[in-house]
Ligand binder design. Structure first.
Ligand SMILES: CC(C)(COP(=O)(O)OP(=O)(O)OC[C@H]1O[C@@H](n2cnc3c(N)ncnc32)[C@H](O)[C@@H]1OP(=O)(O)O)[C@@H](O)C(=O)NCCC(=O)NCCS
Length: 152
């Protein structure tokens, strides 16, 4: 942070009024989105299982993280990051760390002992960020998808 103004930032839960910023940041993350779409998705997030947390500077949303519990038959006490992004103009100011730590704290409060992150192989800088913050690379997977209910 040398030479930069100290940052006054806080992390809180996302609200419906944030959808414009959430959509803009989702677009920066590589998922072009409209605010109406994000509002619908935000409403689909089950509060007991999932959180969207935002970082706020000067009343502006400058980053978000989506975290949820990840219960399966073969794992205990895990949570997963589904997305994490900081506005391009606000990177390298500690905001990504603050969001990730808030997500970890939320998961730890719910008895999770592991946080999982799946990150596209092309996001090398993000991988270094996660490594720097204590994450170790696990197995490599291939993602499959199928369109349901239509012509294939
Ligand atoms: C990855 C991302 C969320 C990081 O957010 P950020 O606010 O720039 O990161 P921070 O400033 O909080 O960095 C936290 C720490 O990680 C380190 N760090 C950040 N990027 C790093 C990198 N590429 N390599 C090594 N360390 C890195 C910082 O030096 C800092 O270290 P310190 O706290 O010990 O001083 C942000 O760059 C981003 O939104 N990238 C594009 C979207 C993306 O790839 N998201 C992840 C999808 S899985």
């Amino acid at each position: 942070m040398c030479g930069r103004t100290p940052l006054t930032m806080h992390v809180r839960e996302a609200r419906a009024q944030d959808v414009g910023a959430l959509a803009e940041l989702a677009t920066q993350l590589g998922y072009p989105s409209h605010p109406e779409e994000v509002l619908h998705r935000l409403r689909c997030v089950v509060p007991e299982r999932s959180r969207v947390l935002v970082a706020v500077v000067d009343a502006c949303v400058v980053g978000w993280v989506h975290v949820s519990l990840y219960p399966t038959l073969v794992t205990d006490g895990a949570a997963q990051i589904h997305g994490l992004v900081v506005d391009q103009k606000w990177r390298d100011r500690g905001i990504g760390r603050a969001l990730l730590e808030a997500a970890e704290s939320w998961a730890l409060d719910r008895a999770c002992r592991t946080m999982l992150v799946r990150s596209n192989v092309i996001r090398r800088e993000a991988h270094d960020f996660y490594r720097h913050l204590g994450y170790q690379q696990g197995k490599t997977s291939v993602t499959f998808a199928k369109v349901l209910g239509g012509e294939h």
